[in-house]
Design a protein around this ligand. Structure first.
Ligand code: NZQ
Ligand code: ZN
Length: 386
């Protein structure tokens, strides 16, 4: 177990009706709020009207239309608006895309140049406007973490920024706000959560406590995703998934571990070139990555995964047991309706070399759980074709 610091000062308001506490909580940050949201789901569900009514005492400005895989152009638009209007706080209502775009806006407000500089490292985040969140989809964990992922489709780059100032001050997690999430997005969100948990579970450092929590959280995703898909208004299922989303990426599972990820950096390249749904891309990559890295060295961890996560108990030898765990993972993603191959996204091998080069460089994959070079990543991507 490595040394670590764990400090997550985010006020979580969990459960039905928790939006009602927002006015008293937001008051502490000022009067001018930038309300950010995506393509319009919050208007269809009535959440937009509900929040506007609740926040009638505040001066509200709006930035809607934030796209999935949020673009840097939106960040620059938002930062300009915040500076012009003297915004005190951003209220992000939506999923990872809206929240990430809002975090980037919050930081870019205090940066003179192009917001993209804050992603490439040319510019540094010094401070950020305070952010509050009303989460509408269980997936990324952005509601309780310090990261934002922004895309630049001109350069085919999808990069991450991280800074303690990006941690939301308040996050409202009302499971009812996820009842309307379509099946494909529900499943993609679950694949994303599974991947976040697995990225820290399969790590160069084994640590019993975070790994045992990880196993429990993976079992929660496996149990409750099919229930939420069968009955989108099952409160308990939506609640368990929502809390798993936050716990999967608030730093808890990485305590004492090395925090070197693999599949996410490969998937971010797919999104950067093909604009695909993040969680769905992860579902296609992860089982193939697992098969690629299974070896004598990783065998025991994969056996723990098969037994403790999937409940597979009997098998003649350890490799069979490990492979059954990987089969179960692949089968789960397929059962919840996600693509199992890149062909299903219309992706061919024409850009694999470019993507592999960037994934290895950006993700420092040579230091991952099983070190990966460009050739390894190309091989994994080729396995994902069929
Ligand atoms: O835009 P609207 O109309 O709201 O529709 C969204 C969008 O089309 C819809 N949706 C969300 N809540 C809904 C709903 N539809 C009906 N009812 C609701 N209640 O779902 C679609 C996807 O939304 P999005 O915000 O893109 O989903 P998600 O939360 O999966 O976010 C994905 C983004 O987050 C990044 C991803 O790369 C991607 O850009 N990530 C952020 C991370 C972080 N900040 O820590 C970590 C992750 O690994 C990830 O990279
Ligand atoms: Zn993710």
């Amino acid at each position: 177990m490595n040394n670590f610091e764990f400090c997550v000062p985010c006020d979580i308001l969990f459960g039905e009706g928790q939006e009602e506490h927002l006015p008293e909580k937001l008051k502490a940050y000022g009067n001018k709020i930038l309300l950010t949201y995506g393509g319009g789901s919050i208007k269809k569900t009535g959440l937009y009207d509900k929040l506007k009514a609740l926040l009638h005492d505040f001066e509200i400005f709006e930035l809607g239309g934030i796209e999935p895989n949020p673009r840097v152009e939106r960040v620059n638009d938002g930062a300009k608006l915040c500076r012009e209007k003297g915004i005190d706080m951003i209220l992000a209502v939506g999923g990872g895309s809206t929240i990430d775009c809002s975090k980037a806006i919050a930081a870019a407000t205090f940066y003179e140049g192009d917001a993209w500089d804050l992603l490439t490292g040319i510019g540094q985040i010094t401070k950020a406007l305070p952010i509050a969140v009303v989460l509408t989809i269980a997936a990324t964990g952005s509601e309780m973490d310090c990261a934002a992922v922004i895309s630049n489709m001109q350069t085919n780059e999808k990069l991450l920024m991280g800074h303690p100032a990006l941690l939301p001050k308040i996050s409202v997690l009302n499971p009812e706000n996820t009842f309307s999430v379509p099946a494909y997005q529900t499943a993609s969100g679950s694949a994303d959560m599974m991947s976040h948990i697995m990225e820290s579970y399969f790590d160069t450092v084994d640590a019993f406590v975070p790994d045992a929590i990880s196993e429990g959280l993976m079992r929660a995703v496996i149990k409750y995703t099919p229930i939420a898909l069968a009955d989108p208004e099952d409160y308990e299922a939506r609640a368990q998934l929502m809390w798993t989303s936050s716990l999967a990426l608030n730093g808890l599972l990485e305590t004492g571990k090395s925090f070197m990820w693999s599949c996410h950096y490969i998937e971010h390249e797919l999104s950067a070139y093909y604009d695909i749904t993040h969680g769905a891309g992860l579902a296609a990559i992860t089982p193939k990555w697992m098969r690629y890295i299974l070896s004598d060295k990783t065998l025991d961890k994969f056996c723990d995964f098969a037994v403790n996560v999937w409940g597979i108990t009997s098998s003649e030898d350890k490799f069979k047991l490990a492979n059954k765990g990987i089969d179960a993972t692949e089968d789960f993603f397929r059962r919840i309706g996600l693509p199992a191959t890149l062909k299903e996204f219309g992706i061919d091998d024409s850009r694999f070399e470019q993507m592999a080069k960037k994934a290895v460089a950006i993700g420092h994959l040579e230091g991952a759980y099983v070190p990966l070079n460009e050739e390894d990543v190309v091989k994994i991507l080729k396995m994902c074709l069929a």
